[in-house]
Design a protein around this ligand. Structure first.
Ligand SMILES: *Cc1c(COP(=O)(O)O)cnc(C)c1O
Length: 427
């Protein structure tokens, strides 16, 4: 069935494996669970990826989120170009960092102070350290199938690559670290209540993806986030919304705006860097003032607030801020695509569940609602792998795992959606 010539990708993958663990610098890229040879990308523009063999793909990964306005978005490209001659790093403060912080505060509710870091992992890791320093407590609660980056404390029942590769526990994470990470099922408030009751005054933070995107896309049940908010307030627990994926994507102000619920700390990544390595965490001054140099919770970074990364992120955020109709258009596109796919799979009598919120969606093959990690795992993920390769052969690039979210960019056209649906039709 191989129609596309991917000879160069094949050769590059063989070469990469001699020098880079598994041939990749991040596990999900390796196609381990879907099988086959990863596609080596040469360039991308707008809605399309082009591989080393010259094949074109409609991109539904969009660098796992950042490319919300499409690849090589001209204002971002121009902004980077305009800055790069002034040196790529100083390790000293710049006005651009203030502009970035001011813009984030304008777009996002509930942030008095914000610290820039270099990845989503760093943002989440630092937010948890801060919550522990602020409360003087050790334990955290996370949800099964949620991913908060690869810091030790989060590699317990984690989503994304860990879910894809079926890794239960990670050698190298000390048991005493893992012990302090308690887990509950997503959307299950009773389990959270039990954990809090079993560990009175021991829980520093609850960290959650308010819309889960690392086990496929799963929306919070009605009232779930509000109930978490109330529990945290009642028990003096810091509520951390991990908006690395949802921030600036589901709304300008992320899920805090979308659901009207305020977290105590919020973490960002992905879109905030406009495709450069950036993360951020922020929140109320009362908590944030414990971060060094204001307080003693130490956190630092040689390249944090890097000028090239800042100008890329700032330019992208500015576009999103000045053009709120983008979100409505993205949502419409995602609706057309997901309903179209649903309709075709229905016709073909293939049992499926399509979850969708804003410009995030996922397709699971099964008969039951997908509301948490267990229900996501119970789907026919081997069928997903076939689906993935079928679409890839037809020039459509999906995330190479049923445990990942598809991201829509504003450059996806009606024609691209029709091309995708025609490919699904042939499945
Ligand atoms: C991607 C992601 C992270 C990790 O961000 P990195 O930049 O890959 O370190 C953390 N949390 C969520 C929700 C993510 O989707």
């Amino acid at each position: 069935m191989m129609k596309l010539n991917r000879e160069k990708s094949k050769q590059l993958f063989a070469r990469a494996q001699q020098h880079i663990p598994g041939g990749v610098n991040s596990p999900v890229r390796a196609f381990t669970s879907v099988g086959g040879i990863p596609v080596f990308i040469k360039k991308a523009k707008g809605a399309y990826l082009f591989d080393e063999d010259g094949n074109r793909y409609i991109d539904y990964i969009n660098s796992w989120g950042p490319m919300i306005l499409g690849h090589a978005y001209q204002p971002v490209v121009d902004a980077i170009r305009s800055k790069v001659e002034d040196s790529t790093s100083f390790g000293a403060p710049t006005e651009l960092e203030i502009q970035m912080a001011e813009l984030i505060k304008k777009m996002v509710p509930n942030v008095d102070l914000v610290r820039m870091v270099n990845s989503g992992t760093e943002a989440c890791m630092s937010a948890v350290r801060l919550a522990r320093g602020y409360t003087g407590r050790n334990k955290i609660i996370k949800f099964e199938g949620c991913y908060h980056g690869h810091a030790d404390a989060f590699l317990v029942k984690a989503g994304s690559g860990m879910a894809t590769l079926g890794i239960q526990s990670v050698p190298g994470v000390q048991s005493y670290v893992a012990q302090d990470t308690l887990t509950a099922a997503f959307n299950n408030i009773e389990e959270v209540k039990k954990l809090i009751a079993a560990h009175p005054k021991e829980i520093a933070a609850i960290i959650i993806e308010p819309v889960a995107g690392n086990m496929g896309c799963i929306a919070p049940a009605k009232g779930f986030l509000k109930a978490l908010r109330d529990l945290c307030t009642e028990h003096g627990i810091v509520l951390i919304f991990d908006e690395v994926m949802t921030g600036f994507r589901l709304a300008k102000g992320g899920t805090q705006e979308l659901f009207g619920i305020e977290a105590d700390l919020v973490t960002y990544g992905k879109i905030i860097g406009g495709g450069m390595p950036v993360g951020a965490f922020g929140g109320k001054k009362e908590i944030m003032q414990h971060i060094s140099p204001l307080g003693n919770v130490y956190q630092a970074g040689t390249l944090s607030g890097n000028p090239i990364a800042m100008i890329a992120g700032y330019t992208l955020l500015k576009e999103l801020d000045s053009n709120p109709s983008i979100y409505k258009a993205l949502k419409e596109k995602c609706k057309t695509l997901s309903e179209g796919i649903g309709h075709i799979l229905e016709k073909k009598k293939i049992p499926h569940v399509i979850n969708r919120l804003g410009s995030m969606m996922s397709v699971h093959f099964g008969n039951h609602p997908v509301v948490d990690f267990e229900s996501a795992k119970a789907c026919d993920n081997l069928l997903f792998n076939k689906f993935f390769h079928h679409l890839l052969e037809n020039g459509v690039y999906l995330p190479p795992s049923a445990f990942e979210t598809w991201f829509i960019s504003s450059t996806i056209s009606e024609e691209d959606i029709q091309h995708t649906l025609a490919a699904v039709e042939k499945f």
